[in-house]
Design a protein around this ligand. Structure first.
Ligand SMILES: [Zn+2]
Ligand SMILES: [Zn+2]
Length: 383
């Protein structure tokens, strides 16, 4: 519980409280007036964070609405920040840039030539989203997305390593105007929105996949149980009905009617139970942006000439000395993950392989960056 106590202590101090640690695992807080009223506290309050509380303390934990209440005190502070990444030593030398590039990119329908490698600054964007997935159970978590705004590359692959390097470096350096200028401009809102939307769906799907798997298992188990139960009842009623087949007379006729009603009732109940299951296991997912960091990073920028038939195009991608890794190539269409890209004939778009795949209806390949909504030949639309 140490992390929660430290967090609460910092938030309350920022709000003008005098905070003192008390044992076991507690805080004694002298709160100023607006805060006191907001939290419903007396002037002096004791908070306890462990299983064992200090005398007279109010228990504070992750359950209940405590996080929401402390979060409300923070407001929008801490949601957005800028930081300059400082390499611990001189930038490492790249001995064989072409070979490095060869391992990082794959262009099955184009050739490329490395033109230049030079030191540069770039703007990376690290965004955190909080998601809540609810069906018969609930799962919450954070998803991080990372982009290099200077090249357009997705850097999700090594963003966690960047974040842990930043966490280990206590000295927060603000980017100076020179670095800012060198790093170029940030994406505008519409570009950012488009990039985030595509990638967040993909990342969330990966994130909730284990949760979905166990949910499906529970759903299968419940469905099988309901099926078995009703199928047994159904079988029994049918047997009784079959036994009455040869009998005549009023009593037999009444018995037959009763069994037929019973069978209809079993079928109705079975359908209703399946409906309940669908309702209980329906998955609702909500996502909210919680935090963003604009990170100014020193990189080695690779200028690469990509050639497809008679056309050619300059592409840039960065090698990140901080993590000693090359980012994946940028992509004009698709998620921009993985190292393979295809180049289109008409406008030399660089896309994920799926961006040049054959039309499911007429079989002709077309570039999704050129024609994002439908196949040019047969009009088959992308859902
Ligand atoms: Zn088509
Ligand atoms: Zn194209």
């Amino acid at each position: 519980m140490g992390a929660l106590r430290n967090f609460v202590s910092e938030v309350l101090e920022m709000e003008g409280s005098a905070v003192e640690a008390v044992e076991p695992d507690g805080l004694e807080v002298l709160a100023p007036e607006p805060l006191r009223a907001l939290m419903g506290w007396p002037e002096l309050v004791r908070l306890g964070f462990g299983a064992e509380l200090p005398a007279g303390a109010t228990a504070v934990g992750f359950e209940g609405d405590w996080l929401d209440r402390f979060g409300a005190l923070l407001g929008d502070r801490g949601r957005w920040a800028e930081r300059k990444f400082v390499l611990p030593g001189p930038p490492p030398r790249i001995h064989d840039p072409a070979r490095l590039l060869d391992h990082a990119i794959e262009f099955p329908n184009a050739v490329w030539r490395l033109q230049e490698v030079s030191a540069a600054w770039t703007r990376c964007l690290l965004l955190a989203f909080r998601y809540t997935a609810v069906s018969d159970e609930k799962r919450e978590g954070l998803v991080w997305l990372g982009f290099n705004q200077g090249t357009g590359a997705v850097i999700n692959g090594f963003a966690p390593r960047l974040r842990s390097l930043l966490a280990a470096d206590a000295q927060w350096q603000v980017p100076d105007p020179e670095v800012r200028r060198a790093a170029g401009s940030a994406w505008d809102a519409s570009v950012l929105d488009g990039r985030v939307r595509a990638l967040i769906n993909h990342s969330l799907r990966n994130e909730v996949e284990p949760f979905l798997r166990t949910m499906r298992r529970r759903l299968d188990r419940d469905r099988n149980r309901i099926h078995q139960y009703h199928s047994d009842l159904h079988l029994l009623a049918q047997k009784k009905l079959a036994a009455l087949a040869g009998s005549t007379g009023e009593k037999a006729e009444n018995d037959r009617k009763r069994e037929m009603l019973r069978i209809a009732a079993i079928e109705r109940e079975y359908a209703a139970k399946l409906g309940d299951l669908c309702h209980n296991y329906a998955l609702r997912v909500s996502v909210d942006w919680v935090q963003g960091l604009e990170l100014f990073v020193p990189v080695q920028r690779f200028q690469v000439l990509v050639k497809r038939r008679k056309g050619e195009k300059l592409m840039r991608l960065d090698w990140h000395p901080a993590v000693r890794l090359m980012e994946p190539p940028p992509s004009d269409w698709g998620l921009g993950i993985g190292r393979s890209r295809l180049v289109c004939d008409d406008q030399l778009h660089i896309t994920d392989p799926a961006g040049q795949s054959p039309c499911p209806s007429c079989g002709r390949a077309w570039c999704r960056a050129c024609h994002p909504t439908a196949c040019r030949r047969c009009g088959h639309s992308i859902s």
